[in-house]
Design a protein around this ligand. Sequence first.
Ligand SMILES: C[S@@+](CC[C@H](N)C(=O)[O-])C[C@H]1O[C@@H](n2cnc3c(N)ncnc32)[C@H](O)[C@@H]1O
Length: 212
Amino acid sequence: MLTLVPEEIEIYAQEHSAALPPLLAELTQATQEKFGGLAMMLSGQIEGQLLQTLAASIGAKRALEIGTFTGFSALMMAAALPDDGEIVTLELSSDHAALARSFFQRSPDGHKVRLIEGPALDSLKTLEGPFDLVFIDADKTGYLDYYEAALPMLSERGVIAVDNVLWSGYILDPKDDDGRAIAAFNDHIARDERITNVILTVRDGIMLIRRR
Ligand SMILES: C[S@@+](CC[C@H](N)C(=O)[O-])C[C@H]1O[C@@H](n2cnc3c(N)ncnc32)[C@H](O)[C@@H]1O
Protein backbone atom coordinates (compact mmCIF):
# COMPACT_ATOMS: atom_id res chain seq x y z
CA MET A 1 0.00 0.00 0.00
CA LEU A 2 1.43 3.37 -1.10
CA THR A 3 0.65 5.83 1.71
CA LEU A 4 2.39 8.49 3.79
CA VAL A 5 0.07 8.03 6.76
CA PRO A 6 0.05 5.07 9.18
CA GLU A 7 -1.51 2.03 7.49
CA GLU A 8 -4.36 1.74 10.01
CA ILE A 9 -5.33 5.38 9.31
CA GLU A 10 -5.29 4.67 5.56
CA ILE A 11 -7.53 1.63 6.11
CA TYR A 12 -9.91 3.71 8.25
CA ALA A 13 -10.06 6.38 5.52
CA GLN A 14 -10.80 3.69 2.92
CA GLU A 15 -13.55 2.15 5.04
CA HIS A 16 -15.18 5.56 5.50
CA SER A 17 -14.91 6.70 1.89
CA ALA A 18 -17.24 5.76 -0.96
CA ALA A 19 -16.60 2.17 -2.02
CA LEU A 20 -15.41 1.26 -5.49
CA PRO A 21 -18.00 0.13 -8.03
CA PRO A 22 -17.72 -3.66 -8.64
CA LEU A 23 -16.13 -3.19 -12.11
CA LEU A 24 -13.30 -1.10 -10.64
CA ALA A 25 -12.75 -3.69 -7.89
CA GLU A 26 -12.57 -6.32 -10.64
CA LEU A 27 -10.13 -4.16 -12.63
CA THR A 28 -7.92 -3.88 -9.54
CA GLN A 29 -7.89 -7.66 -9.12
CA ALA A 30 -7.25 -8.29 -12.83
CA THR A 31 -4.33 -5.81 -12.71
CA GLN A 32 -2.82 -7.63 -9.72
CA GLU A 33 -3.20 -11.00 -11.46
CA LYS A 34 -1.69 -9.81 -14.76
CA PHE A 35 0.97 -7.35 -13.59
CA GLY A 36 1.84 -8.47 -10.02
CA GLY A 37 3.81 -5.83 -8.10
CA LEU A 38 3.24 -3.22 -10.81
CA ALA A 39 -0.34 -3.04 -9.54
CA MET A 40 0.93 -0.62 -6.89
CA MET A 41 0.85 1.96 -9.72
CA LEU A 42 -2.96 1.95 -9.55
CA SER A 43 -4.08 5.17 -7.92
CA GLY A 44 -6.64 3.24 -5.85
CA GLN A 45 -9.88 3.99 -4.03
CA ILE A 46 -8.98 7.19 -2.09
CA GLU A 47 -7.16 8.95 -4.94
CA GLY A 48 -9.72 7.70 -7.45
CA GLN A 49 -12.59 9.09 -5.39
CA LEU A 50 -10.67 12.36 -4.99
CA LEU A 51 -10.19 12.69 -8.77
CA GLN A 52 -13.87 11.88 -9.31
CA THR A 53 -14.93 14.48 -6.73
CA LEU A 54 -12.64 17.07 -8.35
CA ALA A 55 -14.09 16.37 -11.80
CA ALA A 56 -17.64 16.65 -10.42
CA SER A 57 -16.91 19.85 -8.43
CA ILE A 58 -15.31 21.61 -11.39
CA GLY A 59 -18.18 20.46 -13.61
CA ALA A 60 -15.53 19.00 -15.91
CA LYS A 61 -16.63 18.16 -19.43
CA ARG A 62 -13.23 17.23 -20.90
CA ALA A 63 -10.34 15.62 -19.06
CA LEU A 64 -6.84 14.54 -20.02
CA GLU A 65 -4.81 11.81 -18.36
CA ILE A 66 -1.13 11.16 -18.93
CA GLY A 67 -0.44 7.56 -17.86
CA THR A 68 -3.45 5.22 -18.25
CA PHE A 69 -1.97 1.97 -16.91
CA THR A 70 -5.01 -0.35 -16.77
CA GLY A 71 -7.62 2.40 -16.84
CA PHE A 72 -8.50 2.74 -13.15
CA SER A 73 -8.22 6.53 -12.79
CA ALA A 74 -9.59 7.14 -16.31
CA LEU A 75 -12.81 5.29 -15.40
CA MET A 76 -13.05 7.03 -12.00
CA MET A 77 -12.89 10.44 -13.71
CA ALA A 78 -15.10 9.37 -16.63
CA ALA A 79 -17.93 8.56 -14.20
CA ALA A 80 -18.12 12.24 -13.19
CA LEU A 81 -18.22 13.57 -16.78
CA PRO A 82 -21.51 14.24 -18.54
CA ASP A 83 -22.70 11.67 -21.06
CA ASP A 84 -21.22 13.71 -23.93
CA GLY A 85 -18.01 14.40 -21.99
CA GLU A 86 -14.60 12.99 -22.93
CA ILE A 87 -11.44 11.86 -21.21
CA VAL A 88 -8.38 11.45 -23.40
CA THR A 89 -5.89 9.10 -21.79
CA LEU A 90 -2.31 8.50 -22.99
CA GLU A 91 -0.39 5.23 -22.54
CA LEU A 92 2.94 3.96 -23.86
CA SER A 93 2.62 0.24 -23.10
CA SER A 94 0.39 -1.81 -25.40
CA ASP A 95 0.05 -4.48 -22.67
CA HIS A 96 -1.29 -1.92 -20.20
CA ALA A 97 -3.51 -0.37 -22.87
CA ALA A 98 -4.98 -3.76 -23.83
CA LEU A 99 -6.22 -4.50 -20.30
CA ALA A 100 -7.49 -0.92 -19.97
CA ARG A 101 -9.44 -1.24 -23.23
CA SER A 102 -11.08 -4.48 -22.10
CA PHE A 103 -12.51 -2.65 -19.07
CA PHE A 104 -13.48 0.50 -21.01
CA GLN A 105 -15.55 -1.77 -23.28
CA ARG A 106 -17.45 -3.15 -20.28
CA SER A 107 -17.97 0.14 -18.43
CA PRO A 108 -21.12 2.29 -18.74
CA ASP A 109 -18.68 5.24 -18.93
CA GLY A 110 -16.37 3.61 -21.49
CA HIS A 111 -17.79 5.59 -24.42
CA LYS A 112 -16.36 8.76 -22.82
CA VAL A 113 -12.79 7.41 -22.82
CA ARG A 114 -10.39 7.89 -25.78
CA LEU A 115 -7.15 5.99 -25.29
CA ILE A 116 -4.14 7.05 -27.37
CA GLU A 117 -1.22 4.62 -27.41
CA GLY A 118 2.35 5.89 -27.77
CA PRO A 119 4.83 8.21 -26.05
CA ALA A 120 2.75 10.84 -24.22
CA LEU A 121 4.84 13.76 -25.41
CA ASP A 122 4.12 12.86 -29.06
CA SER A 123 0.42 12.33 -28.37
CA LEU A 124 0.17 15.65 -26.53
CA LYS A 125 1.33 17.45 -29.70
CA THR A 126 -1.75 16.11 -31.55
CA LEU A 127 -4.28 17.36 -28.96
CA GLU A 128 -6.24 20.55 -28.67
CA GLY A 129 -7.71 21.95 -25.46
CA PRO A 130 -9.49 23.06 -23.52
CA PHE A 131 -9.33 20.43 -20.77
CA ASP A 132 -11.01 21.05 -17.40
CA LEU A 133 -9.06 18.40 -15.51
CA VAL A 134 -5.59 17.05 -16.29
CA PHE A 135 -4.06 14.14 -14.36
CA ILE A 136 -0.30 13.71 -14.77
CA ASP A 137 0.72 10.19 -13.71
CA ALA A 138 3.24 8.76 -16.21
CA ASP A 139 7.06 8.57 -16.18
CA LYS A 140 8.41 10.98 -13.57
CA THR A 141 11.26 12.32 -15.72
CA GLY A 142 8.61 13.56 -18.16
CA TYR A 143 6.54 15.51 -15.60
CA LEU A 144 7.96 18.95 -16.43
CA ASP A 145 7.38 18.51 -20.18
CA TYR A 146 3.88 17.12 -19.62
CA TYR A 147 3.01 20.08 -17.40
CA GLU A 148 4.33 22.62 -19.90
CA ALA A 149 2.42 20.91 -22.72
CA ALA A 150 -0.79 20.66 -20.70
CA LEU A 151 -0.91 24.14 -19.13
CA PRO A 152 -1.75 26.01 -22.38
CA MET A 153 -4.60 23.51 -22.94
CA LEU A 154 -6.07 24.01 -19.45
CA SER A 155 -9.48 25.69 -19.39
CA GLU A 156 -9.87 28.84 -17.32
CA ARG A 157 -11.51 26.97 -14.40
CA GLY A 158 -9.33 23.90 -14.96
CA VAL A 159 -7.19 21.97 -12.48
CA ILE A 160 -4.05 19.90 -13.04
CA ALA A 161 -3.52 17.05 -10.54
CA VAL A 162 -0.04 15.53 -10.36
CA ASP A 163 0.63 12.21 -8.65
CA ASN A 164 3.57 11.00 -6.52
CA VAL A 165 4.97 14.47 -5.78
CA LEU A 166 6.25 13.36 -2.33
CA TRP A 167 7.82 10.15 -3.69
CA SER A 168 7.21 8.01 -0.59
CA GLY A 169 8.90 10.72 1.50
CA TYR A 170 12.18 10.48 -0.45
CA ILE A 171 11.41 13.91 -1.93
CA LEU A 172 13.40 15.38 1.00
CA ASP A 173 16.54 13.50 -0.13
CA PRO A 174 15.94 11.94 -3.54
CA LYS A 175 17.97 8.81 -4.19
CA ASP A 176 17.08 8.11 -7.82
CA ASP A 177 16.49 9.89 -11.15
CA ASP A 178 12.72 9.75 -10.71
CA GLY A 179 12.92 11.34 -7.25
CA ARG A 180 15.28 14.05 -8.52
CA ALA A 181 12.96 14.75 -11.48
CA ILE A 182 9.98 15.15 -9.15
CA ALA A 183 11.98 17.45 -6.85
CA ALA A 184 12.95 19.61 -9.87
CA PHE A 185 9.30 19.60 -10.98
CA ASN A 186 8.08 20.71 -7.52
CA ASP A 187 10.70 23.51 -7.44
CA HIS A 188 9.64 24.64 -10.92
CA ILE A 189 5.99 24.81 -9.87
CA ALA A 190 6.83 26.69 -6.66
CA ARG A 191 8.50 29.42 -8.82
CA ASP A 192 5.85 29.51 -11.56
CA GLU A 193 3.95 32.79 -11.32
CA ARG A 194 1.32 31.74 -13.86
CA ILE A 195 -0.31 29.35 -11.40
CA THR A 196 -1.11 28.67 -7.77
CA ASN A 197 -0.84 25.21 -6.19
CA VAL A 198 -1.17 23.01 -3.15
CA ILE A 199 0.41 19.67 -2.24
CA LEU A 200 -1.95 17.24 -0.50
CA THR A 201 -0.31 14.62 1.71
CA VAL A 202 -2.74 12.05 0.34
CA ARG A 203 -1.39 8.65 -0.75
CA ASP A 204 2.03 9.46 -2.31
CA GLY A 205 1.46 13.23 -2.45
CA ILE A 206 -0.89 14.85 -4.96
CA MET A 207 -0.29 18.36 -6.27
CA LEU A 208 -3.24 20.45 -7.45
CA ILE A 209 -2.46 23.34 -9.78
CA ARG A 210 -4.72 26.06 -11.20
CA ARG A 211 -4.21 29.30 -13.06
CA ARG A 212 -3.84 32.45 -10.97
C1 LIG B 1 1.52 5.15 -12.45
S1 LIG B 1 0.96 4.39 -13.91
C2 LIG B 1 -0.59 5.17 -14.20
C3 LIG B 1 -1.63 4.76 -13.21
C4 LIG B 1 -3.04 5.16 -13.57
N1 LIG B 1 -3.14 6.59 -13.78
C5 LIG B 1 -3.97 4.72 -12.48
O1 LIG B 1 -4.23 5.50 -11.57
O2 LIG B 1 -4.38 3.56 -12.47
C6 LIG B 1 2.01 5.11 -15.13
C7 LIG B 1 1.71 4.66 -16.54
O3 LIG B 1 2.43 5.55 -17.43
C8 LIG B 1 2.88 4.80 -18.52
N2 LIG B 1 3.98 5.53 -19.16
C9 LIG B 1 5.31 5.55 -18.81
N3 LIG B 1 6.01 6.32 -19.65
C10 LIG B 1 5.12 6.81 -20.56
C11 LIG B 1 5.24 7.66 -21.68
N4 LIG B 1 6.42 8.19 -22.06
N5 LIG B 1 4.12 7.95 -22.38
C12 LIG B 1 2.91 7.42 -22.02
N6 LIG B 1 2.75 6.62 -20.97
C13 LIG B 1 3.83 6.31 -20.24
C14 LIG B 1 3.30 3.45 -17.93
O4 LIG B 1 3.33 2.45 -18.93
C15 LIG B 1 2.21 3.25 -16.88
O5 LIG B 1 1.17 2.47 -17.41
